[in-house]
Design a protein around this ligand. Structure first.
Ligand code: PMP
Length: 774
């Protein structure tokens, strides 16, 4: 049959599908660079892609593609590749007459559901590893496949990249032209001679970000859904497959080597890379980038009006220029590192518990009666060894999300360049000191860097003593400020608990300013609790001593997620200053935008402390901490004795600290904390209306407490119920814990990247758990 002029129309596709393949379907046009493509949807809802080749198509190459796909149909990657539909007569490539009567070839392949990777800006580590693993499985599955069509001259043959030098003249920018020429010369002279001994086989040869399809597997965990277009498949060095995928996956990524690292690690876990393959991998990435810009330049020469060619090569140029700057040693180390076996043997949870029991400090409990072995974190989620996902609702250390790529990249980059101490000049230290103090109100302009919250608080005590000449300190009941002797003895949570030796003589405690359960409630509570501080000052002075400092968390975590009543902090600061003391605000848990309205929690309490201590979130898990104070107090500390801290303020820590500040700023996390925190509290209050067990819902931003009580009048604490809730929530994939002197407060202080849908899911689960408990 000779078809109409406008061939092929969707109607042509429908009739070909029916006449040749026996499919009853409708058709719509799909984009295609070479073939004319149609999406077919059968009456039963099955989807296929009908592909009509152009005249003059290489028939052998087409047959080869179909043979390769058929070969893979029974392989472990069958689900990732398109199935080939046989025509009614058994053929898979069917000749038909086109509009002008010339023959062309038709084939029908299954439709793979998925989004091209190029459209996915979020590329979690798991996805990258999955891509690596799938490509390795593909290469293994193609082992044993052969066809005359894969032995051919192809411009995209990576081994012959240097032969594309003839197109360099079409690169207009002289610097870029020279850059490519240099790479090609190097490739010919130094890389090609090393390719001879490498394993060879049939490869897909074009796993670019348009050909890799991604699908979410329901839990927002994207996985590789398919690899399309076997049009460039070739018999070549097998490692070309991975190199080509890496080249495209690295485009426009913040830390391209880190991106490649995960793909390589995934690939290597399935098809271990030989030494020779490792050493040339990034050379091949560069070769592919060169081929890409050269062939685009050549095409632009032929089609000068094709602007798309100009735009689409920009990311390739950017990566090529970046790769030129990267030390080849670092690139090779990246591959070696990705291929290195984990130096830690994997042990079962029971075995680890046994090792801990014998060889690890004995006085530490493990979270949950059935301990968790968490092996990976990403954003607001943690994953156990079985791949089970948990929403982390308590970890305020991994503030901007577990393993945030920007923070990881900053640490990795600086770690590979230099790590020293603060006795040398370093840009990171200067920049971080400026950026950090820039977030504080005026007088707080001097910082000291330490390695933990304890060290920060210990240093704060020394600063206060140097400035006031007094050790006398007022602390809140049930407070915790650190694990050194200087802090244990002033932390009632520890020194008045099991094994404690009581408060130090110079420490004076005042009641927790708890407006829900404490002795002072109602509108006067702030003044009432401040009175307790005034009384303590009078007592100290009555003993002929002077006040040194008042130390408290701006919002109280350890004491049960308490927001002090209005007026408390400012009245306390006035009284402390009047007595000649200094105010130390411990922001180890509550700082860095968590309260939503402000960067620092003390700002929400209408007070400006004299000394502020920072920790946990400051390095997103990297051990660092800081003290920020006034120039006056810092001057009092100049006693002749130096303050030096080996690790504090080192270039890596400062790089990490800067990256954390970047993320908070760029991702608008403070505002996000406000919005998501409000959503959570609104939802919790709604639960409170239906569940009598919820006595109080309180908090600011993503610092939230839920106090459970058996009786809303007597406030009888529901400690056992709180533990049950924690266990039941864990079973449903939500990690929570309790806090407060009566262990009846559910504390919520998640990584700040928690999303509204996480909140909704958490509320739903909590509703279920509370209903079951009732
Ligand atoms: N201050 C507060 C309020 C804390 O919660 C903690 C730790 N839980 C510390 C200080 C001590 O910090 P680190 O464990 O980093 O020494």
């Amino acid at each position: 049959m000779i078809r109409g002029e406008a061939f092929p129309t969707p109607a042509d596709a429908v009739s070909i599908a029916r006449e040749e393949f026996g499919l009853t379907c409708r058709a719509e046009r799909l984009q295609g660079e070479v073939d004319r493509n149609f999406l077919l949807v059968t009456d039963g809802g099955d989807r296929w892609v009908l592909k009509i080749s152009r005249e003059g198509m290489d028939v052998q190459a087409l047959e080869c593609q179909l043979q390769a796909l058929r070969h893979l149909e029974t392989s472990p990657v069958a689900h990732l590749v398109q199935r080939v539909l046989a025509a009614s007569d058994g053929r898979r490539l069917v000749p038909i007459a086109s509009g002008d009567g010339r023959p062309c070839l038709v084939r029908i392949l299954s439709y793979l559901d998925g989004t091209p990777l190029v459209n996915c800006s979020e590329r979690p580590v798991r996805l990258l590893e999955d891509i690596g693993r799938c490509l390795a499985r593909l290469d293994l599955a193609l082992d044993g496949f052969d066809h005359p069509g894969v032995h051919r001259d192809l411009v995209w043959d990576i081994e012959r990249t240097h032969e594309l030098g003839r197109y360099a003249e079409h690169i207009h920018d002289p610097a870029r032209r020279e850059l490519v020429k240099r790479h090609l010369d190097r490739f010919r002279d130094q890389v090609v001679p090393r390719l001879g001994g490498l394993e060879r086989g049939v490869t897909h040869n074009d796993a670019n970000d348009h050909n890799l399809l991604v699908r979410s597997n329901g839990e927002e965990n994207p996985v590789l859904a398919g690899l399309i277009d076997f049009g460039d498949s070739l018999h070549t060095i097998t490692i070309a497959e991975l190199a080509i995928a890496c080249a495209y996956l690295m485009l426009d990524r913040e830390d391209p080597l880190a991106e490649a690292w995960h793909v390589i690690a995934g690939y290597h876990s399935v098809r271990p890379l030989a030494t020779g393959e490792r050493s040339v991998l990034f050379d091949l990435v560069v070769a592919r980038l060169c081929a890409s810009v050269l062939l685009a330049a050549q095409r632009r020469h032929v089609e000068p009006d094709n602007e798309y060619l100009q735009i689409s090569t920009q990311p390739v140029w950017r990566l090529l220029e970046r790769m030129t700057m990267i030390d080849p040693g670092e690139a090779v180390r990246t591959v070696e590192d990705a291929c290195a076996p984990s130096s830690t043997p994997a042990r079962s949870a029971d075995e680890i518990v046994a090792v801990r029991r014998r060889h690890f400090g004995f006085n530490l409990s493990i979270a949950y009666s059935e301990p968790l072995k968490i092996v990976r974190g990403e954003g607001q989620y943690l994953y156990d060894e079985d791949g089970r996902r948990y929403l982390d609702l308590v970890n305020n250390v991994c503030h901007v999300g577990h393993c945030h790529p920007h923070v990881v990249a900053a640490a990795r980059r600086q770690m590979a360049v230099l790590n020293t101490n603060t006795r040398y000049l370093h840009d990171n230290l200067a920049e971080y000191a400026l950026r950090l103090t820039g977030t504080f109100p005026g007088p707080l302009e001097v910082c000291f860097f330490t390695n933990s919250g304890t060290e920060a608080n210990d240093l704060a005590l020394r600063l206060a003593r140097a400035h006031t000449g007094s050790k006398e300190i007022i602390v809140l009941d049930h407070a915790y400020h650190g694990h050194s002797p200087s802090l244990i003895e002033i932390s009632p949570y520890k020194c008045e608990g099991p094994g404690g030796e009581g408060l130090a003589e110079h420490a004076h405690k005042v009641p927790l300013p708890d407006p829900y359960r404490g002795p002072q409630r109602g509108p006067e509570a702030g003044e009432g609790y401040a009175d307790e501080v005034r009384k303590a000052i009078t007592e100290i002075e009555g003993n002929g001593r002077e006040l040194g400092a008042f130390l408290a968390e701006s919002l109280i975590s350890c004491g049960g997620q308490i927001i002090p009543p209005p007026g408390f902090w400012s009245a306390v600061a006035d009284a402390v200053h009047a007595a000649g003391g200094v105010v130390i605000a411990d922001e180890v848990q509550v700082g860095f935008g968590r309260v939503g309205t402000h960067m620092w929690a003390f700002e929400s309490q209408d007070v400006v402390p004299d000394i502020v201590t920072l920790g946990k979130p400051i390095g997103n898990g990297h051990p660092m901490a800081a003290v920020v104070t006034t120039a006056e107090i810092a001057s009092s500390f100049v006693t002749g004795m130096e303050y030096f801290n080996t690790f504090g303020g080192n270039p890596v820590s400062c790089a990490v600290g800067l990256a954390v500040l970047d993320v908070i700023e760029h991702e608008g996390l403070q505002q996000h904390a406000l919005e998501v925190g409000n959503r959570m509290r609104d939802g919790l209050r709604e639960l409170q209306a239906r569940h009598p067990l919820i006595g109080d819902v309180r908090g600011l931003g993503l610092f939230i407490g839920i106090e459970l009580v058996r009786d809303r009048e007597t406030l009888e604490p529901a400690g056992t119920e709180a533990s049950r809730v924690i266990d039941e929530m864990k079973a449903r994939g939500f990690l929570l814990s309790t806090d407060g002197p009566l262990h009846n407060v559910l504390k919520i202080k998640p990584p700040m990247v928690i999303q509204p849908h996480d909140v909704d899911e958490m509320l739903e689960a909590l509703d279920e758990v509370l209903s079951a408990l009732a």
